[in-house]
Write a new protein. Structure first.
Length: 219
């Protein structure tokens, strides 16, 4: 079987797919495209012109969650809980986790302190929802779960700037532990390019994100 992942180096949704491929120790090729200058071959296989696209024996699959579901179903061991209710309840959290990715995007474009604080408050509201749920070290307990893979790229990025957001985890210590655990996973680290941290800081600077050069006072 041939697996090719079409990627953009900074994309957190690609990072989900790469994390699961790494965790499953799957053989795959990765190619990087410039999203500001999308090649014609890419526009032909990606209906919305977005990465990730996973090509399986040449057939393209898009949307990170659909890609993760495919990779999970074809792996020797599923990361979903076996119990149907718990599995469905985990899936119910995907939209909530996705809202964190939206907030992260807004953070990278927040131009001043007030806009940055508003995004951080939104993130903290979501953290409160998650705080009640997870026993740790992962979302369902001892074993890495599908939902951990879904969430990990958000926390990996947050960990890179957490020194500029002191207090962000103060009301939610379980989420703080979860974030640290996910960001340290080998599969998560191997799911991005080696100079990701520099690329991410440059991306924040290019967007003139307030957080690029400032620290938010603990609120
Ligand atoms: N819901 C999609 C989101 C993918 C997405 O937004 N990818 C961004 C890069 S991080 C993209 O390709 N943007 C290009 C564009 O919108 O033109 C998924 O989960 O795969």
């Amino acid at each position: 079987m041939s697996i090719k992942l079409v990627s953009f180096k900074l994309c957190p949704f690609v990072h989900r797919a790469a994390t699961l491929l790494q965790h499953n120790q799957s053989a795959y090729e990765i190619s990087y495209i410039d999203l500001e200058n999308k090649p014609d071959w890419f526009l032909e296989i990606s209906p919305l012109g977005k990465v990730p696209v996973l090509c399986v024996n040449g057939d393209p699959l898009f949307e990170s969650i659909a890609i993760l579901e495919y990779l999970d179903e074809t792996a020797s061991h599923s990361l979903h809980p076996a119990d149907p209710f718990r599995k469905a309840r985990n899936r119910a959290f995907v939209g909530i986790i996705d809202s964190l990715f939206g907030a992260n995007y807004r953070l990278s474009r927040a131009a001043d302190e007030a806009a940055t604080r508003a995004v951080v408050e939104d993130i903290q509201k979501v953290f409160l929802l998650l705080e009640k749920e997870q026993p740790g070290p992962f979302f369902n307990g001892a074993e890495l779960a599908f939902l951990d893979v879904v969430a990990a790229p958000f926390f990996y990025r947050l960990e890179l700037i957490r020194d500029r957001l002191p207090g962000i985890y103060a009301p939610t210590p379980a989420v703080e532990r979860w974030s640290t655990n996910l960001a340290q996973l080998e599969a998560v680290k191997a799911g991005v390019v080696g100079d990701f941290s520099d690329l991410y800081q440059n991306y924040l600077a290019k967007n003139q994100a307030w957080i690029s050069t400032n620290t938010l006072a603990a609120g």
